[in-house]
Design a protein around this ligand. Structure first.
Ligand code: FNR
Length: 439
C-alpha cells in the first residue's frame, strides 16, 4: 500500500476510507466551526521560505534533544487518545515505530494500551507521559508514578482541557468507545501445521490474537465472520484476498480479537470510559471529562506536580506570552505551544507563533516545510498528532514509521534547499510573511 502513499495527505485520505465513520470523525474533528482546525494548516502557508544557496548541503544533521533526550529529528509524536480504534496494536505499534525512527513518543493518559505495555513494546525508546489532572489527585499521582517506574522521560501536563471542546460530529455520533475493539484477523496457516498450533497454543501472531487462546478457534467460514462495527471496511479487502488465494493455502482461519475497549490505564469502567450506563445524548467523551477531569486546576497545581515528580514537566496547551512567562515562574521545564489540534477553543490563533522562550509546538504540521517554518519561528521540535493516526489506521506500525519517514525526508530536503546543514543554522531570517496569500 505504501508505494502509493507518498505524503501525509495520502495517508489521511486512505485512513478515511478504512476507518469507521465515527472513529474518523473523532480523530479528525476540531471544535465548533473548526475555524482553528483549518487555520492550523493554513497558517504555515502565510510564511514564505527564503533559501540560501551554495553552501555544501551534502550532509545535513537533523538530530536534536527534547528534555535532554536525543532524538534523530525534531519531529516527535503527540499524545492522541484511544489509538486502538485505529489499529488493534494501537499505542504499542506507535511506540515501535518511534523506536525504529529514533524519535520520541508522548503517550496519552487516555491510551487504550497501558503505560507498562507501551514501555514493554519499545524498551529503550524515548517516551513521555501526557497527563490530565483528574479530580482524584491520588489517581493522577499514580499515573505519574507508573510513568516514572516504566522509564518515561517527562510529563506533558495538558492545561487546555478543564472541559472538552465541543466537537460537533462527536455530539452527532454520540461518540464512545466501541464495546469491543473486536477485529477480524486472517491467519494463514501453512499446510500441515494446524495440529501443532493447536497443541502449542502459541503462535507467531501478534499478542492480541493470543487473547483468544485457548481454545484455538476452529476454522470458521466467511459467513461466521463478525465485524465490529458491522461492515468494517478494513476487512473487505481481506475477504477478497481470501477468496482469491483459497487454492494456495490449506487453512485460513478468521479469528476475533475480543479485547474489551477501554482507556487501559484505569480500573473502574467509569474512569476507563467503558461504563455500561452510557454517556447520555452527547459526545460520551465530553461527559467523561466533565465527570472525571478537574476543572479547578490552576498554576498551583503545576507547583504540586513539579514537587511530586523528579521528571521534567512541560505545560501543553499554552498560547500566550503571558502564560508562557507565568509557566516559567512555576519552574516548568518546557512549554508546548498547542491549541490541542484545534479541538478545544475554536477561534484561538493557529500555533505557528513566534516564541520568546524555548518552546515546542504542535498543530497542523503536515509537511517538512511546516516543520522548518516552526523551527525558524523558535520551536525546538514539533509534535504531530493526526498524521500518526492516519499511518496507524492504514498500516499499523509500518504506517506510522512511513509517515514519520516521509516527514523526515521532507524536512531533510527543505533544510538542504534552504542551505541549512544543521538545525543550529535555522533561524528567523529564513522566513518572511507572505503578502500574496490572503487569510
Ligand atoms: C489529541 N490531542 C490530545 N492531547 C492531549 O493532551 N491528550 C490527549 O489524549 C489527546 N488526544 C487527542 C486525540 C486526537 C484524535 C487528536 C487529533 C488530538 C491533541 C494532540 O496531542 C496534539 O496537540 C494535536 O493533535 C496536534 O495537532 P495535529 O498534529 O493533530 O494537527
Amino acid at each position: 500500500m505504501s508505494d502509493s502513499l507518498v505524503c501525509v495527505s495520502d495517508y489521511e485520505r486512505q485512513a478515511q476510507r478504512l476507518l469507521p465513520k465515527s472513529v474518523f470523525d473523532y480523530y479528525f474533528s476540531g471544535a465548533d466551526e473548526q475555524q482553528t482546525l483549518r487555520d492550523n494548516v493554513a497558517a504555515f502557508a502565510r510564511w514564505c521560505l527564503y533559501p540560501r544557496v551554495l553552501r555544501d548541503v551534502s550532509s545535513v544533521d537533523m538530530s536534536t534533544t527534547v528534555l535532554g533526550q536525543r532524538v534523530s529529528m525534531p519531529i516527535c509524536v503527540a499524545a492522541t487518545a484511544m489509538q486502538r480504534m485505529a489499529h488493534p496494536d494501537g499505542e504499542t505499534a506507535t511506540a515501535r515505530a518511534c523506536l525504529s525512527c529514533d524519535t520520541g513518543m508522548m503517550l496519552s493518559s487516555w491510551a487504550t494500551s497501558t503505560i507498562e505495555q507501551v514501555a514493554e513494546a519499545a524498551p529503550g525508546a524515548v517516551r513521555w507521559m501526557q497527563l490530565y489532572i483528574y479530580k482524584d489527585r491520588a489517581l493522577t499521582q499514580s499515573l505519574v508514578r507508573r510513568a516514572e517506574e516504566a522509564g518515561y522521560k517527562g510529563i506533558f501536563v495538558t492545561v487546555d482541557t478543564p472541559y472538552l471542546g465541543r466537537r460537533r460530529d462527536d455530539v452527532r455520533n454520540r461518540f464512545k468507545l466501541p464495546s469491543h475493539l473486536s477485529k477480524a484477523f486472517l491467519l494463514r496457516i501453512p499446510r500441515g501445521e494446524l495440529r501443532q498450533l493447536e497443541i502449542q497454543k502459541s503462535i507467531t501472531a501478534p499478542p492480541y490474537i493470543s487473547a483468544l487462546l485457548p481454545p484455538f478457534p476452529s476454522a470458521v467460514t466467511q459467513h461466521e465472520l463478525h465485524l465490529n462495527p458491522p461492515g468494517d471496511l478494513r476487512s473487505a479487502p481481506q475477504i477478497k484476498a481470501q477468496q482469491r488465494q483459497q487454492g494456495a493455502i490449506e487453512h485460513e482461519l478468521w479469528c476475533l480479537d475480543k479485547t474489551p475497549a477501554q482507556m487501559a490505564n484505569f480500573e473502574t469502567p467509569d474512569l476507563a470510559f467503558s461504563s455500561k450506563e452510557g454517556y447520555g445524548e452527547d459526545s460520551g467523551l465530553a461527559v467523561y471529562v466533565t465527570q472525571a477531569i478537574d476543572a479547578t486546576v490552576k498554576w498551583d497545581d503545576i507547583a504540586w506536580l513539579k514537587k511530586m515528580t523528579f521528571l521534567p514537566v512541560v505545560v501543553k496547551g499554552v498560547l500566550t506570552a503571558e502564560d508562557a512567562k507565568e509557566a516559567l515562574k512555576y519552574g516548568v521545564d518546557g512549554i508546548l505551544v498547542s491549541n490541542h489540534g484545534a479541538r478545544q477553543l475554536d477561534g484561538v490563533p493557529a500555533t505557528a507563533v513566534e516564541g520568546k522562550v524555548d518552546v515546542f509546538m504542535d498543530g497542523g504540521v503536515r509537511k517538512g516545510t511546516d516543520v522548518l517554518k516552526a523551527l525558524a519561528l523558535g520551536a525546538k521540535a514539533v509534535f504531530v498528532g493526526r498524521p500518526v493516526l492516519w499511518g496507524l489506521a492504514c498500516e499499523g506500525d509500518k504506517g506510522v514509521s512511513n509517515v514519520l519517514e516521509i516527514l523526515r525526508e521532507e524536512l531533510h530536503r527543505a533544510l538542504a534547499l534552504t542551505g541549512c546543514r544543521s538545525l543550529k543554522e535555522v533561524n528567523r531570517s529564513l522566513l518572511r510573511r507572505s503578502e500574496l496569500i490572503s487569510r
